[in-house]
Design a protein around this ligand. Structure first.
Ligand SMILES: [Zn+2]
Length: 376
């Protein structure tokens, strides 16, 4: 890629805006067949209702925005739908389905952690106690009282321990649905008392098809969003509705390119700036992580390797896969992953970011370009 191409590419990445004309979902998804890419889970949960083989607690796990909350809500609707025929449940239109869909059903509780620094949520013991009180009262109108605990890996130790009591002896009319990124982050006694429903990232083709056929997103944008989503169908749908998400992602990647073009002093300054926005850091580093992963795959597999996620940055990824050796690339991938882990475990923000930026290799071509522009 020539220098002019790099400039044009970087500018496009930064200011990328797209025209879009989408038929949005008019209502919240409320049917089993609205759930994309998790057919086996739908099958399992719907059969459990149909054959009266429900257990008291389910644990839905999987990456963020893969569809855990949607599956939990649809399950709650199926449990309490008042449509006369079992096969029609959830119908999406009865009073029960509508109230659950809009989060207003008196017997269906959704509990999630409160947001704190670095975007981290914490589920606290007070929330669990309040839920327990509500669960102990008999249902006002529903067949089942349902508690959906979103992101149970955000529960602190006190909250987890308090909830164990409910998991061990739930009221007979209650169904507990927990969601979490990773069951390994939970107290082992929690997954052992739940039926596991482990969701996998949704296939790119299924996401593309959903955007194109059901949301009317044009072909090119559907393909792009499906790749960038990296299995997170929820992100793809959100990004189709809100173009700003795609712009934000592009600017996060532009920041990475800016860092890679800088030498040590520039990177120190940049680290200081980035550390001032700790709430955005996790999203930033996760975008960077997916970029390093793509680069590592091309670096290892050679130029013909398909780029899985960041397809819009293919020219730079392919150029750097040649310029840098595989070891450097894999090391940067690991270091980015480690930085995310450190930030999740409350390490000093500025030190983590500085350390990370200083270890990334230099993009010599982009650096030359910056120098040239500066000396004009
Ligand atoms: Zn219904």
């Amino acid at each position: 890629m020539s220098r002019t191409q790099i400039v044009i590419h970087t500018v496009l990445m930064t200011i990328e805006i797209y025209e879009i004309n989408i038929r949005f979902y008019n209502s919240i998804m409320s049917h089993w067949n609205d759930i994309v890419g998790h057919d086996w889970a739908v099958d399992m949960l719907s059969k459990a209702i149909e054959l009266d083989r429900l257990v008291h607690a389910y644990l839905i796990t999987g990456p963020s925005q893969v569809g855990k909350a949607t599956l939990a809500r649809t399950f709650a609707q199926a449990l309490n739908c008042t449509s006369p025929e079992q096969v029609d449940r959830p119908c999406g239109v009865c009073r029960s389905c509508t109230l659950i869909g809009t989060g207003r059903h008196p017997d269906v509780f959704v509990v999630k952690g409160e947001q704190g620094r670095r975007g981290k949520r914490t589920l606290k013991i007070d929330q669990i106690r309040e839920l327990q009180k509500a669960l102990n009262l008999t249902a006002a109108e529903a067949r089942y009282k349902v508690a959906i605990l979103e992101g149970f890996d955000n529960a602190n130790a006190n909250a987890s321990n308090a909830f164990l009591k409910t998991l061990e002896e739930p009221p007979s009319y209650a169904v507990l649905i927990l969601t979490a990124l990773d069951p390994d982050l939970l107290l082992p006694t929690v997954p052992s008392r739940c039926q596991r429903v482990a969701l996998r990232p949704v296939q790119t083709d299924l996401i593309r098809e959903e955007l194109e056929k059901h949301m009317g997103v044009d072909k090119e944008l559907s393909r792009k969003l499906a790749h960038l989503a990296d299995g997170r169908i929820g992100w793809a749908i959100e990004a189709a509705k809100h173009p700003s998400l795609l712009v934000e992602r592009s600017s996060r990647l532009a920041l990475l390119h800016e860092a890679l073009a800088k030498s040590r002093v520039g990177r120190f300054e940049m680290a200081a700036g980035l550390s001032r926005n700790p709430d955005d850091l996790m999203k930033l580093l996760r975008t960077w992580l997916s970029w390093w992963r793509d680069l590592a795959i091309v670096s290892i597999g050679g130029m013909q390797t398909t780029i899985a996620v960041n397809i819009d940055d293919a020219p730079t990824i392919q150029r750097l896969a040649v310029d840098w050796n595989t070891q450097e690339v894999v090391r940067s991938l690991r270091q980015t992953d480690e930085a995310i882990w450190q930030l999740e475990h409350n390490a000093n923000t500025r030190l983590v970011v500085e350390n990370l930026l200083l270890k990334y290799p230099l993009d010599q071509l982009a650096n030359d370009l910056v120098q040239e522009t500066a000396t004009g």
